[in-house]
Design a protein around this ligand. Sequence first.
Ligand SMILES: Nc1nc2c(c(=O)[nH]1)N[C@H]1C(S)=C(S)[C@@H](COP(=O)(O)OP(=O)(O)OC[C@H]3O[C@@H](n4cnc5c(N)ncnc54)[C@H](O)[C@@H]3O)O[C@H]1N2
Ligand code: MOO
Length: 403
Amino acid sequence: MALMPVSDALAAVLAGAEPVAEETVALDEAWHRVLARDLAARRTQPPQAMSAMDGYAVRAADADRIDTQLEIIGEVAAGRPFAGQVGAGQAVRIFTGGVVPDGADAVVIQEDTVAAAGRITLKEAARPGRHIRPAGVDFREGDVLIRQGSLLTERHLSLAAGMNYPRLPVRRRPKVAILATGDELVMPGSTPDAGQIVYSNGYALHALARAEGADTIDLGIAADTIEATTAGIRQARESGADILITTGGASVGDHDLVKPALDAEGISMTFWKIAMRPGKPMMHGYLGAMRVIGLPGNPVSSYVCGFLFMVPLIRALAGRAVIHHRREHAVLGSEIGANDVREDYLRTRLEEREDGTLVAHPVNHQDSSLLANLAAAQALLVRAPFAPKAEPGSPCEVLRLPI
Ligand SMILES: Nc1nc2c(c(=O)[nH]1)N[C@H]1C(S)=C(S)[C@@H](COP(=O)(O)OP(=O)(O)OC[C@H]3O[C@@H](n4cnc5c(N)ncnc54)[C@H](O)[C@@H]3O)O[C@H]1N2
Ligand code: MOO
């Protein structure tokens, strides 16, 4: 089978990916969920003009000179408005967040006054509107402030609370089941025997998926047998996973059993093998409604493919408005050789020059087993198939990795 171009593979992975069901959750459950509908403010904020400072509410017209004396006729605190009217020569004691009383159009901060015997003397002239937050300066009832498809940040939660929403309509979290394969894998903290490798791929994949708002299911490590691999695949289906991610066993070796096991389960395979480095033996297909992405076992390959394919798929299923990684322009910090048939994703450090130019410095060794280089990289530099040799300073495109 010919290697599939990366863009075709991504299109195949995303084909028909519709947002999962909507549900309503309490505000403090909504962090990192995706908003299912546009959210319009249920109230105006602030609802009335309010003081931004502790001081005195006055009429600017008769408080425009230093040493003016005004009579204090009452007090307003946050939550306790003043019922009366501020007239000529009068002032009302006011505190931050207090409703500006009728008649007043300025606040003089208390540091600019001297108070004695029910009167204040101004040490600073008042100016109309000074230290007053007008009604609706933050937002007005009906304003759409958070759009459908937004991944809700902690800032959105406070805003939604201010808009008077105790609950929010969100998408349920897509479920991602992750199954590792490989007889050689042992858990971190063990004492590996000769030839054994410490399991690492799943940690990055679970975290990548959760950062996109998915729930993950850990299916552990299947031994390199058809039976164990099949058991893992069936467990994923029973768990109701939207996506099954496998790692390892994707290539052509005698112990690479993921594809045979998926075939035996009746997968409808859309592709196996893509024109990409790292990640060549990646596969994708459907087992009923469950989408399956078979990632290569090399730790860098599994991460890069997870980043490039699993992340956009989770975003699409979660109903995100923006699902694609954004490419940024950079210049090369060092020479790179001509590319072959595979689109290359080079681990790269980024340097930001004073003029804002991004300089990409690919790490020296790009072998897909090198986790230290992956952790040290800030971006992936994208090299088109058959790109010619490129000199330092020539333009290039990078994808920033999550921080
Ligand atoms: N004759 C060919 N051989 C290979 C080809 C090819 O086209 N022809 N492709 C190579 C490429 S490219 C890749 S990538 C790898 C992928 O192979 P598999 O998906 O079958 O991966 P494994 O053999 O199972 O593992 C590769 C390597 O990674 C380690 N590994 C696996 N899983 C984990 C894990 N969860 N945590 C940490 N490390 C893991 C494993 O021990 C191996 O060292 O195939 C090439 N071969
Ligand atoms: O494509 Mo493999 O992922 O080079 O190592």
